[in-house]
Design a protein around this ligand. Structure first.
Ligand SMILES: [Fe+2]
Ligand SMILES: [Fe+2]
Length: 201
């Protein structure tokens, strides 16, 4: 199923839409925690702190949007309040594992260097995906005259992609070769996630 069609099915049902917002909120929260978990004295720059703060805000903002729908709230991230709970979490964790394995094998990285490189590449791939998903989602929201809006997130996600590219260029002049590999892994996991979301309709 195409993303737009899938989102249309989700947005047209308030209960399903609430669970979807909660699922995106969970993923933003996982992303935010990933950034915070990788903070080191020598890498906690203004840029990194801003990025972590914004991802935490996205998680909160998406959760807050649920109140605009006429349905009961999704108080927590427990499976009952999520869409495709397993693959929604697995998607990010598995990408982390695949990226770490790739970096170990191709760059022989280990320890904190491996953790940091994996964080840069995984976050980059997620930002590329966010820049694709949120604008399509906003368009579907407009078409359905939904009270929900993700406009404020779209602007910040574009900034994040630029920030990750700046950090990756610092990390390696060959970053694009690695990034291409990781976005390839990500595409596969993303497709699994979309297929699982489609099954909930
Ligand atoms: Fe975000
Ligand atoms: Fe982001």
């Amino acid at each position: 199923m195409e993303l737009e069609e899938l989102l249309h099915h989700i947005v047209s049902d308030d209960h399903r839409h609430a669970c979807f917002l909660n699922t995106l909120s969970l993923q933003e929260n996982i992303g935010a925690r990933k950034i915070s978990a990788n903070e080191q004295p020598e890498t906690s720059t203004y840029m990194v702190l801003k990025h972590a703060a914004e991802e935490h805000r996205h998680a909160f903002y998406l959760k807050k949007q649920i109140a605009k729908l006429s349905t009961s709230a999704c108080p927590t991230y427990e499976p009952d309040y999520l869409l495709a709970p397993y693959s929604s979490k697995y998607y990010l964790n598995k990408l982390d594992l695949m990226t770490s394995r790739y970096l170990k094998e191709t760059l022989q990285l280990a320890g904190s260097a491996l953790k940091f490189a994996a964080y840069l590449l995984v976050t980059y791939a997620i930002e590329v995906r966010a820049d694709l998903i949120y604008p399509v989602y906003q368009e579907v929201l407009n078409k359905n005259k939904s009270k929900v809006s993700v406009r404020s997130i779209i602007l910040e996600e574009q900034g994040h992609l630029e920030e990750m590219i700046a950090q990756l260029s610092n990390f390696s002049p060959a970053w694009e070769i690695h990034a291409e590999k990781i976005t390839h892994f990500e595409s596969e996991l993303y497709q699994n996630w979309i297929n699982d979301l489609a099954k909930t309709i």
